[in-house]
Design a protein around this ligand. Structure first.
Ligand code: C2E
Ligand code: CA
Ligand code: CA
Length: 602
């Protein structure tokens, strides 16, 4: 079974299996890339409406009016083969044609053999072509898309309304994630407490798919959907969030216990789907709304409960708001944060970023550290998350940038200030932050070109148009933008297309898996390829071994960061590394009594 197609690596793996086709304004295919030529010879001249299957067709998953392009999910049928693809329509740079830049649906990445394809059919030609197109689309004034899309929609959606398609999951006809989230928020606004959210996951769905094929898999999902609809009745709303993940919101009058029992009972029946006998067991996470939390927090609670259920191997778990230890800790952290910022209790750690061509220090990433007088060292993951949820993150981020710039003057080498990378939470990407940075740069007389802000890919999803505006403003000031944890989010390419990015930082999970896993290696390779096509710099994170360093270097990665070179260290430690070739070699004896500061990791 192909684990890589799931989760973090999935998004990148998909990016490997890219192809394009070009259609004219009447929806007729005018040309295709190599991969499509192979699966569907003679496709040119066909109408897209003839090859798109009637069940999924054109389902915009996100439209961005200001950018005027549209991500779509569609299912195509080539000859007798059903292939799921997702991608974006952009106008072709050459003429009035529309270009579909797609990639295989993750679930189809496992079916290359069956489709008679090899991964080499997809790249590099198509990949490079795709990315030069994307770059064009990103830079150009894109005007024609909307009209062309509307015509296309009319020709293939056969009268169905776009809004309806947006709101309804085509396979199960349940509300989709977008519709569910907005419905949930509406309900929560009406009723402060009393609602319950249930997350439902199909156990080992992938196995059903692998063993019986996709049409049986689809039928299994429809069976689950029907069962949820029936169990919930008029006591709530069931939705399909995506894949094999469903969610339900139950009204306050609902008999939650009974409904939960009824849903779980599905697993006790032997079902026959297309002549195949099987059981479909579900795992449920139940979260009643006891506090005035938002819809997304409530969904998060249900998700935590579901995760608990799965790890305990039980069918149902309830979110436990009395998990006091964790909640109390978070509350104490939230309460202690304002004074920690006021009293400068939060300190900075500096981790060198090394140029892989000559192993010289390129600059530092600044990371925050908090050693609380009574609670001890609090991990950044915890306090950053708490700061985000309690809306203190912007203060924290401002504090870190300001102190970083202040510290930079202690890190001058040969009259040169160091390059600094600071992390900004997506929540800190506000006009206020733009002004704040401009003020700091002026006050400190710090060259903006020495500053890079790191924004995580997953974090910037909320409002892409807004994020793009803020980042553009910073970019115009001369600040560089790095996309952090690249590959772990869902829409890596979408971000590259829409945001002014200079650097991509390959997440350390890929680096860790790279040696010994051909697939992870390919993933890293494809990121480098994409970055080169878009003229971006690639930094790899989490390098711990010389082997990883060599490999990354041979793949064309520009810079690297990781314990191999140096752990994050305090300011004194950072001073000792200035201008050095890293790693410094075998561990050196403790600093001599004459007292040059040695690097203290923190
Ligand atoms: P990040 O931006 O991905 O930072 C890199 C993290 O990887 C750091 O963890 C660093 O200590 C760790 N790391 C570096 N090299 C290696 C390695 O070779 N192996 C391994 N296993 N880990 C390595 P840290 O300091 O715990 O930070 C965690 C995250 O917290 C950061 O991830 C960043 O997203 C966030 N963060 C830290 N400081 C700030 C801040 O001031 N503002 C914001 N908004 N976020 C911050
Ligand atoms: Ca970072
Ligand atoms: Ca990172």
């Amino acid at each position: 079974m192909d684990e890589v197609a799931d989760g973090a690596a999935g998004a990148l793996l998909r990016d490997l299996f890219r192809f394009h086709l070009e259609i004219d304004q009447s929806g007729r295919v005018t040309s295709t890339g190599a991969a499509l030529k192979k699966i569907a010879p003679g496709l040119e001249g066909a109408a897209l409406s003839d090859i798109a299957t009637s069940d999924t067709m054109l389902v915009p998953i996100r439209q961005d009016p200001s950018l005027e392009w549209c991500d779509v999910l569609m299912r195509l049928r080539f000859l007798s083969k059903d292939v799921g693809v997702r991608g974006a329509f952009v106008p072709s740079p050459f003429d009035g044609h529309l270009l579909f830049l797609g990639s295989l649906d993750p679930e189809d990445c496992d079916r290359l053999d069956e489709l008679g394809l090899q991964s080499t059919d997809f790249s590099p030609t198509d990949l490079t072509l795709d990315f030069s197109m994307l770059r064009w689309a990103r830079d150009a004034q894109v005007r024609e898309t909307k009209g062309a899309l509307a015509r296309l929609e009319a020709s293939i959606a056969r009268g169905r309304h776009l809004e309806e398609l947006v709101a309804v999951d085509a396979l199960t006809e349940l509300p989709n994630r977008v519709a569910f989230s907005s419905r949930l928020e509406d309900l929560l606004a009406e009723r402060p407490i009393g609602l319950t959210v249930v997350m439902v996951d199909v156990n080992r769905f992938k196995l059903i798919n692998d063993r019986f094929g996709h049409s049986v898999g689809d039928e299994a999902l429809r069976t689950v959907a029907d069962h949820l609809r029936m169990s919930v009745g008029s006591s709530g709303v069931a939705a399909r969030l995506g894949g094999d993940e469903f969610a339900i919101v139950l009204f306050e009058s609902a008999d939650v216990d009974k409904i939960v029992r009824s849903i779980s009972a599905l697993g006790e029946r032997v079902l026959t789907i297309d002549g195949n006998r099987m059981t479909i067991a579900l795992t449920l996470g139940v979260a009643p709304r006891t506090d005035e939390v938002s819809g997304s927090v409530l969904l998060g609670h249900a998700d935590i409960a579901m995760y608990e259920a799965r790890s305990a191997q039980v069918a149902v778990a309830w979110f436990d708001p009395d998990d006091r230890a964790q909640l109390d800790l978070r509350r104490s952290v939230a309460d202690a944060l304002p004074s920690a910022l006021r009293d400068a209790e939060i300190s900075l750690a500096f981790q060198p970023i090394v140029d892989l061509t000559d192993s010289r220090m390129h600059g530092f990433e600044v990371l925050s550290r908090w050693n609380h007088p009574t609670m001890g060292a609090i991990s950044p993951e915890l306090f950053i998350d708490v700061a985000e949820r309690t809306r203190q993150i912007q203060e924290l981020d401002e504090y870190v940038v300001a102190r970083s710039m202040g510290s930079a003057f202690d890190l001058v080498l040969d009259g040169e200030l160091p390059r600094l990378n600071v992390n900004l939470s997506a929540m800190s990407l506000t006009p206020r932050m733009v002004d704040y940075l401009a003020g700091l740069i002026a006050d400190y007389d710090f060259p903006a070109t020495k500053l890079t802000i790191e924004v995580t890919e997953t974090a910037s999803v909320a409002d892409l148009t807004h994020t793009a505006q803020i980042l553009h403003a910073m970019h115009e000031m001369g600040i560089s933008v790095a996309l952090d944890d690249f590959g772990t989010g869902f829409a890596s390419l979408t971000y590259l297309q829409a945001l002014p990015v200079d650097v991509v930082k390959i997440d350390r999970s890929f680096v860790a898996d790279m040696v010994g896993s051909e697939k992870s290696l390919q993933l890293v390779r494809s990121v480098v390829q994409v970055a080169q096509a878009l003229e971006l710099t690639v930094t790899a994170e989490g390098i711990e071994t010389v082997e990883q360093q060599m490999l990354l270097r041979s793949l064309g990665v520009d810079r690297a960061q990781g314990y191999l070179f140096a752990r994050p260290v305090d300011l004194a430690g950072a001073r000792t590394m200035l201008g050095r070739v890293l790693p410094l070699g075998t561990p050196r004896p403790p600093a001599p009594a004459s007292g040059r500061a040695s690097a203290t990791s923190c």
